[in-house]
Design a protein around this ligand. Sequence first.
Ligand code: GLA
Length: 384
Amino acid sequence: MKNYLYIVIGSVCGLLLASCRPDQKQTESTPQPDTMVTTATKPFGKTADGKEVTEYTLTNKNGVTMSVINYGGIITRLSTPDKNGVFEDIVLGYDSLSGYLKETPYFGAIVGRYGNRIANGKFTLDGQTYSLAQNNNGQHLHGGLKGFDKVFWTIEQAGPGKLRLTYVSNDMEEGYPGNLNVEVTYELTDDNELKIAYTATTDKKTIVNLTQHSYFNLSGNAKRDILDHALTLYADKFVPVTNVLIPTGKLNDVAGTPFDFRKETAIGLRTNDKDQQLEFAGGYDHCWVLSSSDSIKHAATVSEPVSGRVVDVYTTEPGIQFYAGNFLDGSITGKQGVVYKHRYGLCLETEHFPDSPNQKSFPSTELKPGEVYKTYTTYKFSVR
Ligand code: GLA
């Protein structure tokens, strides 16, 4: 059996190194300090040009584990307990690197420089028009052909349970102006939270909209589709779109529509209703409008009735894209041989609204030299 480099970090015991087998992780009998998050690293394969990918696994004192790779900053695994204390993986992905290197619908990845769509792949800053890849129905999606989901991030331990991922996106990379220094931290706390902080600075005016594209399935190991998951979205309005999923520019009230998730509702209850917005997107794939205050606020709660697992989402962002896995069609075989059929995962992508660079009334996504882009999102895992 493979030996793992096993780094133990705790506020009391500091940093120490030891070698151990993975099956010993959960059964260690040494007394645990109050804050005890451990990190293990292991090779996760190589890209075609020979670059090594490493997987980092954080484990908190409750046994929640989260694995991340330096390719795309992808969260490859997130294991949380159900109401009976059974740990299972609640995110979609692949068992090995080859899946992530092939066409993947952004499973678990950091998305940027601009998460979501930009109309016709064009925007203007200070009178200059920039052209981006039209990689989705003539529109720009998720940073282009080689977005932040397909680049190598430098990963370092930034404290107990905290990984710092950094990436420098060069001036005009994927058509975006300015050298952009990006930092994303993933922190797994002993309160079973994944706290994400996004930071960016630029040397030329640019646009930035970073998000995380994990697909959740709280049944555990993706046992069935997500239609029986119950969702609350703390939003009175959503962003209506055209048939190519570009905002019309209006904000619509959710009241009286299948987009009203202000009271907890099963996702499947209205997803096939006769509604033009649902028809355009093949189901839910829209941005809901949160309060525009920069402070952290409750954005969403999603729960699964059989396992009892719950995820609460908090964010400083003004929007949350709820995507119900409408484009999953059974053509992807994921972890443990599970076939990801229609709506087998859901994404809760905290972000600014789609196409903000072309919509003057939307909160701005511009970043100027000297400014610091800083947003926070927390996913809290619990049971009921
Ligand atoms: C996003 C988009 C969806 C789809 C998925 C990836 O969340 O909003 O329309 O493109 O990514 O398949």
